[in-house]
Design a protein around this ligand. Structure first.
Ligand code: WQD
Length: 342
């Protein structure tokens, strides 16, 4: 029988790409999203790619009653939980929004899972949980630093909740996936990242500058202790990330997980500087990006990249797409979006 997966945040950036992979793998997907940071049109993109329009519920999962009604109506086999607020700066100015949106929602879901006998969850975590680590690359054993922002703290607490819940209720299994920097877009350019307003993140800022929507990109600092002085990150293609969710889900559904709560780094293991990214983008797309160097951004870390051995060996997953693929796909997506009204 077809297994039914609830994808919270399924119209978002990573959620939409994961939905596509799940449908390709033969799952039925039910999406819950409050559309606070995504658009309903994303469902059309998913349908165009897969031939299937997932069932869609619009509500915030902090609304316990709506969540319970949804789980009562659908016979869910597992949950992939993306729905959360994710802007680091906003979390500093509006911490309660972040603690509520990211943690009340998680607890509601876990309660609902217990009530309706859903035993499996894949949870979106982040490399933010590590802060600026003392040693690179970062393994899953690297200790967490004190969180720099409420956003990062919600991911640390979220992981703790899952760990404790798995101990208390052995029937509830979960896998947290610690994403490094997700970028890229589906090769069809029918879905991708949809930043609302001025982008905070590097890649959408680059594509919007190249497209002439922004005058100039500001590079935040060129005096870091890195080869060219700009900060280093581990960028990972969202399609590779989406596939990792399908693998983690399969592991849980098969009961192949070794612990009730497991966690994995998802990156490529390669660190690229801001200037590497800009130059590669210009070269592979044959476009120019205007930029200037400005002061460091508050709260930014100098460099981080993943050791992905655990995901490679335990999950049998490896990132297949490189920086050039990522940057070609985002330019194709940007050009596609230029002709759209949303
Ligand atoms: C990348 C690099 C910037 C914009 C954040 C969150 C993390 C995750 C992903 C999840 C940095 C530099 C950026 C610009 C720049 N969030 N930059 N000019 O900060 O590594 O990670 O997003 O949901 O949790 O912390 O990503 O894309 O903002 O920055 O020079 O206009 O690009 O300083 O070195 P970051 P980013």
């Amino acid at each position: 029988m077809t297994q039914k997966i609830l994808v919270t945040g399924g119209t978002g950036f990573i959620g939409s790409h994961t939905t596509v992979e799940l449908i390709k793998d033969g799952y039925e997907v039910v999406i819950v999203d409050d559309l606070s940071n995504s658009k309903i049109e994303v469902l059309d993109g998913i349908q165009e790619i897969t031939g299937v329009k997932p069932q869609f519920y619009q509500f915030n999962i902090c609304d316990e009653r709506k969540l319970m009604d949804c789980l009562k109506a659908e016979q869910i086999d597992a949950i992939i939980h993306f729905a959360a607020s994710k802007a680091v700066g906003e979390s500093v100015s509006n911490p309660l929004l972040y603690y509520r949106n990211n943690l009340v929602s998680l607890m509601n879901l876990l309660d609902a899972m217990r009530q309706f006998g859903v035993g499996h969850m894949v949870f979106s975590s982040s490399c933010t949980v590590y802060g600026q680590p003392d040693q690179l690359p970062v393994t899953e054993d690297t200790p967490f630093q004190k969180a720099e922002s409420p956003y990062g703290h919600t991911k640390q607490i979220g992981e703790d909740i899952l760990r404790h819940v798995a101990t208390a209720y052995p029937e509830l299994n979960s896998i947290a996936l610690r994403y490094f920097n997700p970028v890229g877009a589906h090769e069809s350019a029918l879905i991708g990242e949809l930043p609302i307003g001025v982008p905070n993140n590097l890649i959408p800022y680059i594509t919007q500058t190249a497209a002439g929507l922004r005058d100039e990109l500001s590079i935040f600092g060129d005096d870091y202790d890195t080869p060219d002085g700009t900060a280093v990150r581990d960028y990972i293609h969202v399609v590779d990330l989406a596939k990792a969710h399908a693998v983690a889900l399969d592991r849980l559904l098969k009961g192949a997980n070794k612990e009730g709560y497991e966690f994995f780094n998802l990156g490529t293991g390669k660190g690229y500087s801001v200037l590497d990214v800009i130059k590669t983008f210009e070269r592979v797309n044959k476009v120019k990006v205007n930029y200037k160097i400005v002061e460091r951004r508050d709260g930014d870390i100098e460099k981080i990249y993943a050791n992905t051995d655990l995901a490679n060996n335990e999950l049998g997953w490896k990132a297949e797409l490189g920086l050039e693929d990522m940057l070609k796909s985002v330019w194709k997506w940007q050009k596609h979006m230029n002709g759209k009204s949303y």
